[in-house]
Design a protein around this ligand. Structure first.
Ligand code: AMP
Length: 627
């Protein structure tokens, strides 16, 4: 089947299309109910199917003869460790860890928080939860204690798994004090904290609560995978919404397995035995779909990297890894490639390595700018593809499907809709727009398998955030347009979410923190363009009358406050005092206008001279801050 036939069939008869794809999964009980529509607009895929995601990722691969193939290769330039786990070894480790979790009282359906750096034990922890039907929620190690506490209170975990430290270049970041602080802030208390001790910094353990991972594992018995329903949650992944409270995106076992099988084969063109490298962190959705579940469920070798694109030790490290492990395809965020380009613009380091195994590179997380695209293609001599997705969807919405003939790829676009996704562009009244017309990008329901159909413990927020704006459509929060051949162009968020180095952050959350400062009368945080990070936050601050604080002191205090409450990943270090902010007649700050100005987009002409003056002032400020 070529791309067009496949796509047309997926839209004309989604149930029949996905029933065929579901045949690729080794279910414990094959589903007969493929697609069930719920009255509230959500859908249920494979309702009566039963499976186990850990079984599919490990035991099943061993049954298929891949026991001695490398499942995970851990490469950590920050510690100097390189370690390979075969499917057999990984299954045995995971089965014992799953036994330990059970012995510690974790039951099917319980939440488990994993707050860990990129060590293989993080992947093992995810798979061990899946094995016993527990619901993991990995929290990115860069988040501060307060953010971890929010997630602990929302996920209400039975257990928390952590490591003694993470490593950033040559800096050791102790994790345990952060966990202790988070648990002091959180109302919910997990019964136990299991700590993976790393030699770079051993953590002190609290006698009644903390357990040494290695010591506890020594007594654990391996357990078999349990059958879970297709609709049972595999994991929760928190992502920034437009408020301070993160959204707990829920991924179901059944849809995830079917969708990732389709994605690995048809989008990424990966076959069992191929080597795949998802360059990300287990703390993000990419880490779930493209480091752990996607590659392993499809019999690939997954490269598991603990390091940076540069300075660990240099901008040639990605290419060293491609050569060393004979990587066939990789996923990466544009920001990483921009960092490499800055250090090695002529590709001197790149040319030291043999990239002949590499078939193509996939980039996502933010728009792939044409200059980086061209540079990367010229340097590697390989096809470079932009593709677009979200934590909510869990797998690409638009992408070149390299495994389907005729899908085509176009530079400058995030490419065409993947089979299963009916991508449309709507105007503000919900009318479908034609080619070239810019508006809100939506997906006509039903969403394909794998996409989140609820938020953890807050279904009404899911409906409100995604389905209620335009009945019959899923609201992506992104704006853009389609061309006359269906290629999609993403222009950026239409809400108060910004994308810093591919990390999604809520400007509303930062505004709350800035506004709490005693000198601040009002403020707006917006994302402005940055040559490496894509976007960085800028706080526009109006001071209270008579305030004595200097701009420098205010900046230092606000930066410290955001770092303490959200984490260093926010890259919050730009604060600008302004005399006033543009507002509606009713006094609301015109965030949409600020966003457009920040993106360099045209705004409708302001109605008064006063409004126009404010916008000119703000534009000058933005210009001064742009990288
Ligand atoms: P996250 O859920 O953190 O993966 O962030 C998803 C958001 O990142 C999307 O809604 C987009 O705003 C942005 N994004 C992801 N991939 C792309 C891309 N290829 N081009 C433009 N924006 C992207």
């Amino acid at each position: 089947m070529n791309y067009q036939q496949c796509y047309d069939r997926s839209i004309a008869d989604p149930a029949a299309f996905w029933a065929d794809q579901a045949q690729e999964v080794a279910w414990y009980r094959k589903p007969t109910q493929i697609l069930t529509h719920n009255p509230d607009g959500t859908d249920q895929w494979f309702a009566d199917g039963q499976l186990n995601s850990c079984y599919l990722a490990l035991d099943r691969q061993i049954e298929l003869g891949r026991g001695e193939q490398a499942a995970l290769v851990y490469d950590s330039p920050v510690t100097g460790v390189q370690q390979s786990f075969t499917y057999h070894q990984l299954r045995d480790e995971v089965a014992r860890l799953a036994g330990l979790l059970q012995a510690l009282g974790v039951r099917k359906g319980d939440g488990v928080i994993i707050y860990m750096p990129m060590v293989p034990q993080a992947a093992m922890a995810m798979l061990a939860c899946a094995r016993i039907g527990a619901v993991h929620s990995v929290v990115f190690g860069g988040f501060a204690a307060n953010e971890l506490a929010l997630r602990i209170d929302d996920a209400r975990p039975a257990l928390l798994l952590t490591a003694s430290c993470g490593l950033e270049f040559d800096r050791v970041i102790p994790y345990k004090p952060l966990v202790d602080r988070a648990l002091a802030l959180a109302k919910h208390r997990p019964a136990r904290v299991l700590v993976w001790q790393r030699p770079q910094c051993e953590a002190e353990l609290l006698p009644d609560r903390d357990l040494d991972w290695r010591a506890a594992l020594a007594h654990a018995q391996p357990v078999e995978p349990v059958a879970v329903a297709a609709g049972d949650p595999l994991y929760i992944m928190y992502t920034s919404g437009t408020t301070g409270k993160p959204k707990g995106i829920v991924r179901e076992n059944g849809g995830n397995a079917v969708a990732l099988g389709f994605a690995m084969r048809h989008i990424y063109g990966m076959q069992p035995g191929d080597v795949w490298w998802g360059i990300s962190d287990v703390g993000w959705v990419v880490g779930h779909s493209l480091i752990v579940y996607g590659p392993l469920m499809n019999g690939c070798t997954s490269v598991f990297y603990e390091g940076k694109p540069i300075r660990t030790p240099d901008a040639g490290v990605y290419w060293r890894i491609v050569e060393q492990y004979r990587v066939n395809a990789l996923f990466c965020a544009p920001t990483a490639m921009r960092a490499i380009r800055k250090e090695d613009p002529e590709g001197h380091l790149l040319r030291r390595y043999d990239l002949s195994s590499l078939r193509q590179l996939f980039l996502a997380g933010e728009k792939l700018d044409s200059s980086t695209h061209q540079w990367l293609e010229a340097m590697t001599g390989k096809p470079v593809h932009d593709h677009w997705w979200q934590t909510e969807t869990g797998w690409p919405v638009t992408a070149p499907c390299v495994g389907l003939p005729g899908s085509g790829a176009r530079a400058g676009s995030s490419n065409r809709a993947v089979p299963g996704y009916a991508v449309r562009v709507l105007d503000e009244e919900g009318r479908v727009l034609g080619p070239g017309e810019q508006g809100s990008i939506v997906i006509a329901l039903p969403l394909p398998p794998g996409c989140s159909q609820t938020l953890w413990g807050d279904h009404s927020r899911y409906l409100e955030a995604y389905l209620n704006t335009w009945p019959g459509y899923y609201h992506t929060g992104d704006g853009g347009y389609l061309d006359d051949e269906g290629f999609v162009y993403i222009m950026g968020r239409t809400d108060d979410v910004i994308n810093v180095s591919g990390h999604r952050l809520s400007t509303g959350e930062m505004e709350d923190l800035v506004a709490q400062h005693p000198a601040v009368a009002e403020c707006a945080v917006i994302g402005i363009q940055d040559p490496i990070k894509g976007q960085v936050p800028l706080a526009l601050v109006v001071l209270k009358d008579g305030c004595e604080v200097t701009e420098q002191a205010l900046q230092a205090e606000l930066v410290a406050r955001v770092r303490e409450q959200i984490g260093a990943l926010a890259c919050f270090n730009k604060v600008q005092e302004v005399k006033r902010l543009p507002k509606t007649r009713s006094g609301k700050i015109l965030r949409a206008v600020l966003r457009k100005l920040a993106n360099g987009e045209a705004c409708s002409a302001p109605s008064t001279i006063d409004d126009a003056t404010i916008l000119v002032e703000i534009e000058a400020v933005l210009e001064a801050h742009r990288g």
